[in-house]
Design a protein around this ligand. Structure first.
Ligand SMILES: [Zn+2]
Length: 433
């Protein structure tokens, strides 16, 4: 077994060189653990003749990447502990068919709590706060449990109201006065509107912080997205964007500067790679690759998250020198190829969200051929003078391609977008395969 994970909650404030030196030691421990305990990596290192002793942070890119399909195809071989050590099982949607199983040990859950404790403390959350969780704690997800564990470790009073109705959350907000709310931004927008419509506007003012998950609050220039501006117009609370994945149990959380999510350098190494798996420099857009360190149940090396973003390595005004991750600009699998241009649905969403006359929308993608996709954008407007032509031109100005826009009644679009089984609105329908 591995020595207990060495954490260092102050390391983010050290110099970039000190951070790198610390991470190299953590990385070596992690690789040794993988070689000794993970059947998948033990075999892989042997087959490829990899000598892990020579690997440092600078040479991490010489190690093979791990994709979701690697895990899907060899799920059992990724488990590095006997069954008796597993205390929590999470299911993560796979690329095909069966969801993959992710097994956590007790020490993985401790690591998870530490990660969230440090992240949420950096948002200024303290033991005097009361936090309402509007995300689920069950259904084999990890996010809700992660927030709960971190908040509990800070000493915050947590209200686990989960995926309850707008009425229920409103009543709780009025009665229990949470100072922090954790949830999906578009849901928090809807909730804020509902509270105002219920005549309880005063209750909004008591909430100090909204911790957001699942949808980006910044654009690619790190300016507030339309969704963030909408939340600012309703809530007086400060917004914090967080990003994580079940496989890596390492979260990136914004500080008060709101300029990208800080990596916890003691817990993970992050890289960005292009479509040929070449490592990119800070600022360049590509797929997020994470090596989470100190995980014992299902340790991973260079895990390809499938999420598209970029890294920021300039020092942050908050005093931390840890690298930051920009907003998630899209999912790699959702990348659209349209007449020689690549485009992510999120870019279309952001453009549509900025058009005031647009009420609701979704995108339908189908394949024209191997090299090109066809998309149609289905839009409901609140203004008859806004035609499909006008919207197509506005989209073209921003996206450099002219997609087809189809105007539809708001009812039919809402029916498609708001699936009762999903808290997040679904705005991208992919019929390409
Ligand atoms: Zn910062």
């Amino acid at each position: 077994m591995m020595d207990k994970l060495k954490t260092n909650r102050e390391i983010a404030f050290s110099s970039p060189e000190e951070i790198k030196a610390f991470q190299s030691v953590q990385l070596q421990n992690h690789l040794r653990y993988c070689q000794a305990n993970s059947p998948y990596y033990k075999k892989l290192f042997a087959e490829l003749g990899i000598a892990i002793n020579s690997i440092s942070l600078e040479t991490i890119s010489s190690l093979p990447l791990t994709s979701k399909s690697n895990i899907e195809n060899h799920n059992d071989n990724f488990f590095a502990v006997p069954k008796e050590k597993i205390v929590d099982i999470v299911l993560s949607s796979g690329t095909t068919g069966m969801p993959t199983r992710i097994m956590y040990t007790a020490s993985d859950l401790e690591r998870l709590a530490y990660n969230e404790e440090v992240s949420l403390s950096s948002c200024g959350i303290t033991e005097s706060d009361t936090a309402l969780l509007t995300c689920t704690l069950d259904r084999c997800f990890i996010a809700g449990l992660a927030y709960f564990s971190g908040l509990k470790q800070i000493g915050v009073a947590v209200i686990r109201n989960g995926q309850n109705t707008l009425e229920s959350h409103t009543e709780i907000i009025c009665r229990l006065n949470p100072t922090v709310i954790v949830g999906v931004p578009s849901f928090l927008k809807k909730l804020g509107g509902f509270i105002i419509d219920s005549g309880e506007k005063d209750a909004l003012a008591k909430v100090r912080k909204l911790v957001c998950i699942g949808e980006p609050l910044r654009d690619s220039e790190l300016n507030p997205s339309k969704l963030a501006l909408d939340l600012n117009a309703i809530w007086s609370a400060q917004l914090f964007s967080t990003y994580a994945s079940s496989e890596t149990i390492s979260s990136f959380c914004e500080c008060s500067e709101g300029k990208g999510g800080h990596l916890l350098p003691d817990l993970a190494v992050v890289e960005i790679v292009d479509k040929n798996d070449k490592v990119l420099s800070a600022g360049e857009i590509g797929e997020v690759v994470i090596t989470p360190m100190g995980i014992t149940g299902m340790p991973l090396i260079r895990f390809k998250t499938g999420d598209i973003s970029f890294m920021i390595d300039t020092p942050c005004k908050c005093g931390r020198n840890s690298v930051r991750l920009g907003p998630i600009l899209g999912r790699k699998a959702q990348m659209l190829k349209i007449r020689g241009t690549t485009l992510y649905p999120q870019a279309i969403f952001s453009t549509l969200e900025e058009i005031e006359e647009v009420d609701e929308f979704y995108i339908l993608a189908s394949a024209e051929n191997e090299l090109s996709d066809i998309i149609s954008i289905h839009v409901a407007t609140n203004n008859n003078t806004v035609t499909a032509d006008i919207l197509e031109s506005r989209l073209q100005a921003r996206l450099r391609v002219k997609p087809q826009v189809i105007i539809e009644p708001i009812g039919s679009i809402r029916q498609k977008v708001f699936n009762p089984n999903s808290r997040k609105p679904i705005r991208f329908f992919d019929n390409r395969n």
